[in-house]
Design a protein around this ligand. Sequence first.
Ligand code: HGY
Ligand code: MN
Ligand code: MN
Length: 407
Amino acid sequence: MSYTESHAAAVLERCDELAAFSEEEGRLTRRFGTPALRQAGEAVRSWMESAGLSVGRDAIGNVIGRFGDRSRRTLLIGSHLDTVRDAGRYDGMLGVLVAIACMERLRAEARSLPYAVEVIAFADEEGVRFGTGYLGSSVVAGRFDPSALELRDSAGVTLADAVRAFGGDPDRLTDARRDPGDLIGYYEVHIEQGPVLEAGDAPLGVVGAISGQSRARVTFTGQAGHAGTVPMALRRDALSAAAHFVRAVEEVAHGQEGAVATVGELEVEPGASNVIPGRVALSLDVRHTADLVRRSLTERLHERAGAIAGTRGVALGWEVVQEVEAVRCSQELTELVSAAVAAAGHPVLRLASGAGHDAAMLSIIAPVAMLFVRCAGGISHNPAESVTVEDVAAAIEASSRFLKLLR
Ligand code: HGY
Ligand code: MN
Ligand code: MN
């Protein structure tokens, strides 16, 4: 096994170790502010320290390891430690651990880099607990929305209390922003979460753009009633209205080139087999690389929801949860990443990202670049997520070369 492959094997072992830190028995779920996330952060802290980084946490609990004196401008490298429910073990974690592996590999050479490096393990990118993604990177980017502190999770805990319980400080989230003048860029390694690299027989991909996202919470409120006595024609069934809308989401997205739209969460009240559903709340996630297209698609879906609610005599609630613009990666950094991939002996395959990433948030304060790693079948947000040691070695090799090319 080569020197780089030994680093790659260690990265995969660490992904396995992190996968043990879960809120749920038998599957990986690690949301913001939970004891499982704290444990994962402490394991990452120890690996950062053994790589020679000086480590701390910021006001929301991101774990940050620095190499290089404070007078130098800084390259940020990182990804997230939180997961979706029943997650795979590489989405987010791989990027943090490849960054640490590069610092371990460069150790002596790192002193000759003309910039400082900070490896960041973000505390929340998926937004599973409070519904809004990028909580960790939005603090670093200076985009944290203080009104989010009143958001409550499914147990009624506010984000402010969750931050405090996690050891953070909700009163300092807006001033934890990094000064763009200190930064030379942000670099993120991430599994592709799609089938393009596998189809192109390429271990690595260089990301040119990241899709924008519209997230909304949609509610249909009808009238609960007795399943046995209310005639079909007299019902105001909230779940039938929601089901009609879910079909419309699929139909409208299918009709728009390059668009994706998903209803991932659906809550039915009161939720009994012999009661006509009175209220349904669902999540809507709409994406496209062109913001104009994404916004008009979301608007059309809002109109369709209104029409469906109207014909069925139910009330519609539509709450915008988050809007994130599409992002173009830095041409200059992306050229350097491409050169590093080629120098490492791999084909340079360029692609866009349908998935959102912390790089989208960091692009507000720094030029960004991303490197994708092939994942089996393009499967992600699923425990079947997997990568090979050879492809992780390729990512470490290319990333180490990128760090040395950057000036
Ligand atoms: O939803 C996304 O695209 C990312 O996994 N948070
Ligand atoms: Mn994800
Ligand atoms: Mn991710």
